[in-house]
Ligand binder design. Structure first.
Ligand SMILES: Cc1cc2nc3c(=O)[nH]c(=O)nc-3n(C[C@H](O)[C@H](O)[C@H](O)COP(=O)(O)OP(=O)(O)OC[C@H]3O[C@@H](n4cnc5c(N)ncnc54)[C@H](O)[C@@H]3O)c2cc1C
Length: 311
């Protein structure tokens, strides 16, 4: 006998997206019971972060969108920038705390979704279902039986691949003393940054108001930088390249996204599936992660609702 129909491991971008879809009014008949399990505050929980992605027209998470742009620009190392209108697409920015609040609001109104704060240690496929081995908030071992498990815990290591590059970046939400940004246009790739010996780098400016923007330095290369190197790279981009002048750093974020052509296993047991980055959402074919994992979780939710296997 199962305790829940669906156990979702991890309440990050993928886990929350799947839980949001399964708790939507049209899914209220099936699956009936969902457990969303996330690690307690501590080292397993990712820090606050910002997700950007494009989609046509209105989207299901628009209430959490901080800003969006229809005009995008890239800047080559020399010469004129290339600028264009991406209609019908819009490039949207969602901050993780706004996304978490939006999904939490919907889950709170769904009687059959339980949220658990626990560390999942293992997921074991068993006859017609799976067991989730976890440690609860008082460090007691527990087992949760589920018909289906969707596991978004990050992989310990990536499988061997022809190509593995790291997309790694450091960004600052800044406030300038003079109006320095055009909120109508986002600079997606500005190649006027110093280029690394292997790979490439670019700057990134996502303006929120004439005085506020997320300014990032990104590399696609084999190795991450030190915190000091990231700070120096963003500072150089903001001051020497963009000439922003006096500015206040409001908050910072750092990320590493492995880009690999390795085949990632989506299904790890008869009843156990990986979702999110662990389930291949960062593979080049799926596009940028947030959009890729929306496609994954939409397909999973539709299959469960229709009583099909969520392959
Ligand atoms: C600063 C930053 C900016 C980014 N910007 C973008 C962007 O603009 N666009 C984009 O597409 N991607 C972006 N990414 C990448 C994107 O955040 C991740 O790829 C995305 O969050 C993947 O979603 P996920 O659900 O697979 O993993 P996560 O969002 O990392 O969620 C994993 C979840 O698993 C939980 N967990 C881990 N271990 C356990 C355990 N043992 N037991 C229970 N729970 C556990 C964690 O608490 C977490 O909630 C960014 C990443 C960072 C860090």
């Amino acid at each position: 006998m199962y305790e829940v129909d669906v156990a979702i491991v991890g309440a990050g971008a993928a886990g929350l997206s799947l839980a949001h879809r399964l708790s939507a009014p049209r899914f209220r008949t099936r699956p009936r019971t969902v457990a969303l399990i996330d690690a307690p505050p501590g080292p397993l929980r990712p820090p606050r972060r910002t997700w950007c992605f494009w989609e046509p027209g209105p989207g299901r998470f628009d209430a959490a969108v901080t800003a969006s742009w229809q005009r995008l620009r890239t800047r080559p190392r020399t010469g004129a920038p290339v600028e264009g209108d991406i209609a019908p697409l819009r490039y949207k920015m969602i901050r993780s705390d706004a996304f978490e609040a939006l999904v939490a609001g919907q889950l709170a109104s769904h009687p059959a979704v339980r949220r658990l704060e626990a560390t999942v240690e293992a997921v074991e496929d068993s006859h017609l279902g799976a067991r989730v081995h976890l440690r609860d908030d008082q460090d007691r071992p527990r087992v949760l039986r589920a018909r289906w498990v969707f596991d978004s815990r990050p992989l310990d290591s990536l499988p061997a691949a022809r190509t593995t590059l790291l997309q790694h970046f450091h960004g600052c939400f800044v406030r300038t003393s003079r109006p320095a940004f055009d909120p109508a246009t986002a600079d997606l790739m500005d190649f006027r940054t110093p280029q690394p010996a292997r790979g490439l780098s670019f700057g990134y400016v996502l303006p929120l108001t004439p005085h506020e923007a997320l300014v990032e330095y990104t590399e696609f290369s084999p190795q991450v930088l030190t915190p000091t190197q990231y700070e120096a790279a963003v500072r150089h981009y903001a001051t020497a390249v963009l000439g922003l002048g006096e500015l206040e750093v409001v908050s910072t974020e750092t990320g590493v996204i492995p880009m690999t052509d390795a085949p990632l296993t989506r299904q790890t047991g008869a009843s156990v599936f990986r979702i999110g980055a662990a389930g291949g959402a960062t593979r080049p074919a799926t596009g940028y992660t947030f959009a890729g994992l929306q496609r994954q979780t939409r397909a999973v939710a539709a299959a469960l609702h229709q009583g099909r296997r969520p392959v």
